[in-house]
Design a protein around this ligand. Structure first.
Ligand code: NAD
Length: 369
């Protein structure tokens, strides 16, 4: 069996605790013959600042570049709140995304039947929800120039952020969304604001063209981003793949996150361009942060981190069957009543981080048997 090269960057706070559960799952994947990984571990964020004075060393970046995929826990925490802006823990993560060219952020919002009552919406609106939000990650208003605050002659100030998108940037993210939809239900919704933004006009035009030229067998719907936010809380199951820009994606993916119950449940993937060998750089990480309030107490929910490994199996290694088994093991563990504190209802005795990891591994073993 091919041994894939996986770089583990546990990071700070609960990062190392949830990553420890991924290591247990990796052991179980090898034992059951589903997948074998060669893993290396390195530092990122505050732990790297403590050891090396920077949130990501050139050596760690080189290892990330050489790996088939990177799994990251979380970075940051109050311990590093006083460090210089350029070397803050998050700068390590941003450097990884930028230097590996990770332009496509995939955030699934899945509502497990066993957790439907933990959602902010009614059970019938969210039960069985399975949306994939595809957010453009390296362009748009967060990066466009000019980006500045200037002082006007009257002493007041003027702030400028610039929303910029090129045809190429929109084309490549549209391809990611349509390729995903082809493996799912065949439906894509594209969200922008063509009614008030020129970048929205171009976004809609390019997505329409990519659809017509390459994916006319799939269904494409255009939706204004503000309406999309409304629809997500009104009737979320109408969407399957939702593609949008960096800013709208930031907001819409957080709205979708709340539909699923807890931050501890949400994995994500950030993908780069496909190279001539057919592979692509990829970083998988939970959506949550380092949760300093619960770090070191065996309270963290490891399912977002384990779900991130399942995404790596699916999107970096083409191991769809192993990914289905691992996702299925998470569903089974939840259905059997396994709960960490963040998703435990009243009167439920919760498991710790390690206990949840073990529950998933046990469920995986029984699925494989
Ligand atoms: P957070 O996601 O760390 O925590 C928000 C709340 O959710 C906390 O109450 C926390 O206990 C809870 N929570 C988060 N993950 C959980 C899990 N797996 N299981 C159970 N409960 C969980 O966000 P925050 O408190 O705003 O930020 C804390 C630190 O993390 C900050 O330094 C922030 O900059 C950093 N951060 C990092 C990332 C990242 O590494 N990608 C993302 C967001 C925030």
């Amino acid at each position: 069996m091919t041994a894939y090269k996986l770089l583990l960057l546990p990071g700070d706070g609960i990062g190392p605790e949830v990553m420890a559960q991924v290591k247990t799952v990796i052991g179980a994947l090898a034992e059951t013959g589903l997948a074998t990984f060669e893993t290396e571990t390195d530092l990122v964020g505050g732990s790297s600042i403590d050891a090396h004075g920077v949130p990501l060393t050139d050596a760690a970046l080189a290892r990330a570049d050489a790996a088939d995929a990177v799994l990251l826990g979380a970075v940051g925490g109050p311990k590093w709140s006083g460090v210089a802006y350029d070397i803050r823990p998050e700068a390590g993560l941003l450097r990884l995304r930028k230097d590996l060219g990770l332009f496509a952020n995939l955030r699934p919002a899945i509502c497990y039947p066993a957790l439907a009552d933990a959602s902010a919406l009614k059970r019938e609106l969210v039960e069985g929800l399975d949306i994939m939000i595809v957010r453009e990650l390296t362009g748009g208003v967060y990066f466009g120039e000019p980006k500045e605050i200037t002082t006007l002659p009257d002493g007041t100030k003027r702030a400028v952020d610039t929303q910029v998108y090129t045809t190429g940037e929109i084309e490549r993210i549209a391809h990611v969304a349509f390729d995903l939809a082809r493996k799912r239900s065949g439906r894509v919704a594209s969200a922008e604001k063509h009614n008030v933004m020129k970048s929205g006009v171009l976004w809609k035009e390019v997505v329409t063209q990519v659809h017509a030229e390459h994916y006319s067998d799939l269904a494409l719907e255009h939706v204004l981003a503000d309406n999309c936010a409304m629809q997500l809380v009104r009737r979320p199951k109408q969407y399957d793949v939702l593609v949008t820009d960096n800013l709208f994606g930031d907001v819409l993916s957080d709205v979708a996150a709340m539909l699923t119950g807890s931050l501890g449940m949400l994995p994500s993937a950030s993908l780069g361009a496909v190279d001539d060998k057919g592979s692509r750089k990829a970083l998988y990480e939970p959506v949550h942060g380092s949760a300093p309030d619960i770090a070191g107490q065996d309270l963290a929910n490891p399912l977002a981190m384990i779900g991130s490994l399942a995404m790596a199996l699916r999107y970096s290694f083409g191991l769809g069957e192993a990914a289905d088994l691992l996702d299925g093991a998470i569903t089974d563990a939840l259905a059997a009543g396994a709960r960490t504190k963040d998703i435990a209802g009243e009167g439920v005795n919760p498991l710790g981080t390690a206990g949840m990891g073990e529950a998933v591994v046990a469920a995986l073993r029984s699925r494989v048997r």
